[in-house]
Design a protein around this ligand. Structure first.
Ligand SMILES: [Zn+2]
Length: 154
């Protein structure tokens, strides 16, 4: 399964969710007025210019805007794999959006023991330096290429 397929599948899932609860978007405190503005074709400026309507959902760039009522569910979904704050944010960035979503993700992951394990940065791999040779030809490095046409090049 390619990530593109996965992405489309996820987006479809959210859009279907929203389409079946179309009312929730129009009744949402933030999204309701925005939906009306978009439907009336108002010229939105700045950050707001990134909002569009697609399939009856408000999109923020490529992300589906989630009404308040479903945010808890979406957060739970994002949290399902206990991937930690950074990964949860990364996934959210591909699919879903609402104002302060990053804060809500931090809040959701903060008190979770499993997520805390991923909180710390992974240990950095050590850079290995070759010791400086004390005389010429003490050590030789050879890069091999191939086999190409049954021959190895060095
Ligand atoms: Zn967790």
């Amino acid at each position: 399964m390619t990530s593109q397929y996965f992405r489309c599948h996820r987006l479809k899932h959210y859009r279907l969710l929203l389409r079946s609860y179309d009312r929730e978007t129009s009744q949402d405190i933030e999204l309701g007025p925005l939906l009306r503005a978009l439907r009336e074709g108002k010229d939105l400026q700045g950050r707001e210019a990134q909002y569009t309507i697609e399939d009856g959902c408000i999109m923020y760039g490529q992300r589906v805007c989630i009404p308040r009522k479903f945010r808890k569910n979406v957060l739970e979904e994002l949290h399902a794999g206990h991937l930690g704050i950074v990964k949860m944010k990364a996934i959210a960035r591909s699919f879903v959006y609402w104002k302060n979503i990053d804060n809500d993700i931090e809040e959701a992951a903060k008190n979770c023991v499993d997520c805390a394990r991923y909180k710390a940065d992974p240990p950095k791999s050590k850079v290995h330096y070759w010791e400086y040779p004390s005389m010429p030809w003490e050590r030789i490095h050879v890069d091999f290429a191939g086999p190409i046409l049954n021959t190895r090049f060095s």
